[in-house]
Design a protein around this ligand. Structure first.
Ligand code: AR6
Length: 179
């Protein structure tokens, strides 16, 4: 499944995947960071639809249309706020990726783009978040052959390089050993 994962440096709002994922907060009523950027590009219809959803608990995900975005759908998920790692943050972050992927499959999307959930204002160290992100997505791809592409969109070069190094390591670790 590794060949179905792509890493790029860039802005998630311009992605041409069937769905893009938003790192939202539990109100689903917008905010800063990637959330603000997605709402700005999608237009005011997005917040109108979000208002009908009644929020979203941490670790869960909700889907809306993409409006003026290139993506048909936006999957809104709420990452955990980092509190040192002892509060079940990694389990909740894993749920964000898994529940988002579940909606990707349910809505028949062939491709999806993820930002690095929780690693901005929610303070999750990216070094600890990246293995959870890549591991969860790889796991779901293993059981969902219809999903053709998962693209991680990293906003800074530093984040991109960290993801790239880790991705190569994880790929090697799971490669079949030569006799
Ligand atoms: N494209 C891709 N990645 C981006 C973009 C973009 N346009 N803009 C920022 N990032 P954050 P969180 C990266 O803070 O930590 C919001 O106010 C950013 O560099 O957006 O989950 C919500 O409403 C970082 O690596 O999300 C919540 O209140 C990553 O996206 C809260 O922030 C996530 O940063 C959620 O915090």
């Amino acid at each position: 499944m590794w060949e179905r994962i792509e890493l790029v440096r860039g802005d998630i709002t311009g992605q041409d995947t069937d769905a893009i994922v938003n790192a939202a907060n539990h109100t689903l009523l917008g905010g800063g960071g990637v959330d603000g950027a997605i709402h700005k590009t999608a237009g005011p219809e997005l917040i109108e639809e979000c208002r009908t959803l009644g929020g979203c608990p941490t670790g869960e995900a909700r889907i809306t249309k993409g409006y003026h975005l290139r993506a048909k759908y936006v999957i809104h998920t709420v990452g955990p706020i980092w509190r040192g790692g002892g509060g079940g943050e990694s389990r909740l972050l894993q749920s964000c990726y898994e529940n988002s992927m579940r909606l990707v499959a349910e809505y028949g999307c062939r491709s999806v783009a993820f930002p690095s959930i929780s690693t901005g204002s929610y303070g999750y160290p990216i070094k600890e978040a990246a293995p959870v992100a890549i591991g969860s997505v790889a796991h779901v791809l293993g059981v969902c052959p219809d999903i053709e592409l998962v693209r991680f969109v990293l906003y800074s070069n530093e984040d991109y390089l960290l993801y790239r190094d880790l991705f190569e390591k994880m790929k090697k670790q799971t490669a079949p050993k030569r006799a």
